[in-house]
Design a protein around this ligand. Structure first.
Ligand code: IPE
Ligand code: IPE
Ligand code: MG
Length: 239
């Protein structure tokens, strides 16, 4: 057997199923999002303890704007609450906050809360927490094209590296592992460029019920795989 991959440097999660979790309990979808926030807080800490260097959480997609206004408002209220409550914990855990997505399209108070935490945690080094917010993978790719054109980049200078440097994730490794909860088997416009060689882990567990044990199952599953990157299994045999 070839050597199993080490711990993933970058985990990206599609935190799905808050609404169904709430509906099954006779609660409002808002309660589902509130419970989902508690899970996010715990998973951030656990990933940091496990030595994951980059964690990306899909928090609000560009497509999520089509949800009822009240639900969108509630999601942003929770986000602002999270930012206000978590700053000291992020600093204590040496976690840097970044946003992947179009910040300008977010309500002013949300932008302000995010910018404050991003500024305060700019020197934190143990882990980078990326929140994908107002995010669209396709839009991110088009944005990178526009930025290269605006710079006057010569066609031959547009390498994969030069392109990746114009993405929101510039300077960060591609996700090694993408986890999606709630049984849905799709990417929903998430990290389309960066996901090229990611491993996937899908679970029926709804996001509010995703816990440290489930995270460890995902990691164990990931570590049992052979990442080939186009090679044959035999080529990967240790000498
Ligand atoms: C994920 O849970 C949270 C966001 C998309 C903001 P959902 O709200 O999509 O939950 P379901 O899929 O309706 O159960
Ligand atoms: C993806 O979940 C976006 C987030 C988790 C923020 P959705 O629930 O919006 O995805 P679809 O619409 O079911 O594909
Ligand atoms: Mg959903």
């Amino acid at each position: 057997m070839a050597e199993a991959p080490g711990a993933p440097a970058h985990i990206a999660i599609i935190m799905d199923g808050n609404g169904r979790w709430a509906t099954r309990r006779g609660l409002s979808r808002s309660e589902g999002h509130r419970a989902g926030t508690r899970t996010a807080r715990a998973i951030v800490t656990r990933c940091r303890e496990l030595g994951v260097r980059h964690l990306t959480l899909y928090t609000f997609s560009r497509e999520n704007w089509s949800r009822p206004k009240d639900e969108v408002g509630l999601i942003f209220d929770l986000l602002v609450e999270y930012m206000r409550g978590e700053l000291s914990n992020l600093l204590e855990q040496d976690i840097r906050l970044k946003v992947l997505g179009e910040l300008d399209g977010l309500p002013f108070v949300v932008r302000q809360a995010l910018t404050h935490v991003m500024d305060k945690t700019v020197n934190c080094r143990s882990m980078t927490l990326n929140l994908a917010l107002n995010y669209s993978g396709r839009e991110e790719i088009l944005r990178a094209c526009r930025r290269l054109v605006a710079k006057g980049a010569a066609p031959e200078a547009i390498t994969e590296e030069a392109f990746a440097a114009e993405l929101y994730t510039a300077g960060q490794p591609d996700p090694d592992l993408i986890i999606r909860t709630s049984g849905e088997l799709r990417l929903s416009n998430y990290l389309l460029f960066q996901a090229a060689y990611a491993e996937f882990y899908f679970t029926e567990t709804l996001w509010p019920d995703f816990d440290a044990a489930e995270l460890e199952r995902a990691l164990a599953d990931y570590q049992s795989r052979q990442r080939r990157f186009g090679k044959t299994g035999a080529q990967l045999q240790p000498e």
